[in-house]
Design a protein around this ligand. Structure first.
Ligand code: SF4
Length: 75
């Protein structure tokens, strides 16, 4: 069977019109975010496993630490 368990995952998105490539999100969660050499954010993994408390906490910190509020969770 494929698919995700209900309610088990969240997704994180970046608003590229806001992101200025500071990389605070990468510092908080290097598994999910990387700022490329061109200063553009690469989302390495957009799915956040909310069943894994470490994973979710890191991405929450990344979202909270973004100075331009460019990151947000979507369901
Ligand atoms: S912290 Fe915000 S502005 Fe900085 S790279 Fe991440 S998304 Fe972009």
């Amino acid at each position: 069977m494929s698919g995700e368990s209900a309610g088990g995952t969240l997704k994180v998105e970046v608003d590229r019109t806001r992101c200025i490539g500071l990389g605070l999100c990468e510092a908080a969660s290097p598994k999910h975010f990387e700022v490329g050499e061109d200063g553009k954010l690469i989302i390495l993994q957009s799915i956040v496993d909310s069943g894994s408390s470490g994973d979710l906490a890191e991405v929450e910190e990344a979202v909270a630490s973004c100075p331009t509020s460019a990151l947000r969770f979507v369901r």
